[in-house]
Design a protein around this ligand. Sequence first.
Ligand SMILES: [Zn+2]
Length: 255
Amino acid sequence: MPYYVVKDGQRVGPLSDEEFQNRILSGEIGPDTLIWQAGMADWKRYAEHSGLEAPPPPEISPKPTFLTGPTGVCAECGNTFVRDELVSIAGASVCAGCKPLFLQRIREGASLPSAYRYAGFWIRVVAKFVDGMILGAMGLAVQLGIFGTSLGMAPQPGEVNFGPTALSWGLGMVIGVSYAVFFLGKFGATPGKMAVGIKVIRSDGAPITYGRAAGRFFAEYLSLLTIYIGYIMAGFDEEKRALHDHICDTRVVKN
Ligand SMILES: [Zn+2]
């Protein structure tokens, strides 16, 4: 249906759809250009007619909404937006339209195993050493607190009483499992691991639960009982898994 437009105070037309579109593209017809076609009661501004413009709000807005104030560029599509329309995600500004795609890409990127930096054998030895010192001090404190003496000493020659040694073993295990379950379950890392900046996660990147932390503690005994071969395996595994990581589907990664 042909259009008529007002240009420099003169009626121009009829214009075919194609001519009309061309004049929009060339900028000759702008939002404020008055247009008319059959069926319209009166001339209307092009923006109003085309639906580009929402009906005016009941209260007069003090500021126009079109690209005023500071602007930013969307990291995803590269278009310019008013700052207020951009959201900040992982240090990048993206527009509302790109937000779902951008979030999905981050999620996919984060769950890729190759995105992790696995913690190797030696850094884990250092973490174990720090934890060992803390556990040793805690064990001694508990023994002194309960029994008023250290139980860790081997029985003297001629002594038949192995009780204290078994007791100190049992105490050590209770303290050890509590320590591992609490710190791994709550923070994903024991103080020793925190000290060297590593943590335990699931193979899919999820944090480990209290239950899995407990299971992992006991699975570690297998690494110990295999004369440390279970630990040394971490040095040769491409994802730096020790035996107990294999058993519990865990990974130790750098923060
Ligand atoms: Zn965008």
